[in-house]
Design a protein around this ligand. Structure first.
Ligand SMILES: Cc1cc2nc3c(=O)[nH]c(=O)nc-3n(C[C@H](O)[C@H](O)[C@H](O)COP(=O)(O)O)c2cc1C
Length: 253
């Protein structure tokens, strides 16, 4: 069995966690009968089988995962003394970057403040109520927006060769696209961080002009908001506030 076939087997085996019991049983039987010395041709058949199932709408994450990401997840107002390694920060980005943005524009930029010296540069811009929580966070992330995001359009959206020129010639469209999608990416970032076991404390209570002057003096990037990241201190949680109901916010037409 070559490397590629091994890769296919690995993915096929992941179907052992498929939500449909019939699929799990069938996969288990095939793997058992095929044994460890599985032949190459069978791998190709299994790969086709795997691809048939993996994008089916019945694939849903578990209730536990949904609770972890949303129902039980809380905004952190303080953090325990536990470091967040750079490798984990990188992993967050590698997940978050896959979130959808219009025309794949990806205008969000991130500055990871991981040392006391770097965080000290942010502190004068924070609202008084956000100072202690930011001090306690092992990492604070400036979520910024690249006003010139469209420079990357030929690479990130090659299917429309006119995309870069379109934004260059329409400042209002570029600004709206940057704002909308930069914020979306910030949200993807928080969900990715939660998925990896971290807690987030997003904050817009800050003087964005001061952050811009300190970190983005050339004016190309602008500060959207800051996320404190780390392992939350549960003793610092506020009471959970109510969410609006489906009936209050949804129109079904
Ligand atoms: C974009 C954004 C900005 C926020 N700014 C602040 C802030 O400046 N200071 C603060 O204490 N909380 C801030 N929050 C936290 C919200 O108040 C909190 O997420 C919300 O009340 C929900 O809390 P929960 O997740 O614990 O239910 C912000 C949240 C978001 C998403």
């Amino acid at each position: 069995m070559n490397h590629r076939q091994g890769f296919k087997i690995h993915h096929f085996a992941s179907l052992l966690k498929h939500p449909l019991k019939e699929v799990r049983t069938c996969v288990g039987q095939v793997l058992k009968e095929a044994g460890v010395t599985c032949m190459g041709w069978i791998c190709d058949k299994l790969w086709e089988f795997f691809n048939f199932f993996r994008k089916k709408p019945c694939m849903s994450i578990s209730k536990e995962a949904i609770d972890h990401l949303f129902n039980d997840a809380r905004t952190a107002n303080g953090f325990v003394d536990k470091a967040v390694p750079l490798s984990l920060l990188k992993q967050i980005y590698e997940i978050a970057k896959m979130g959808a943005t219009s025309m794949n524009s990806q205008p969000a930029r991130y500055v990871f403040l991981t040392t006391p010296e770097a965080k000290a540069r942010l502190m004068p811009a924070m609202s008084p109520g956000n100072v202690d929580k930011t001090n306690s966070a092992p990492v604070s992330v400036i979520v910024a927006t690249d006003s010139q995001f469209f420079e990357h359009m030929p690479t990130v959206f090659p299917n429309n060769p006119n995309a870069k020129a379109m934004f260059e010639g329409n400042a209002a469209l570029a600004a709206a696209t940057a704002s909308r999608n930069g914020t979306l990416s910030g949200a993807y970032f928080m969900i990715a961080a939660r998925a990896l076991g971290l807690d987030c404390g997003p904050m817009s209570g800050l003087d964005a002009a001061k952050v811009n002057a300190e970190f983005f003096p050339d004016g190309r990037y602008t500060t959207n908001f800051v996320i404190n990241l780390g392992y939350g201190d549960s003793t610092k949680l506020f009471a959970r506030n109510p969410r609006l109901s489906f009936e209050q916010v949804v129109q079904v037409l």
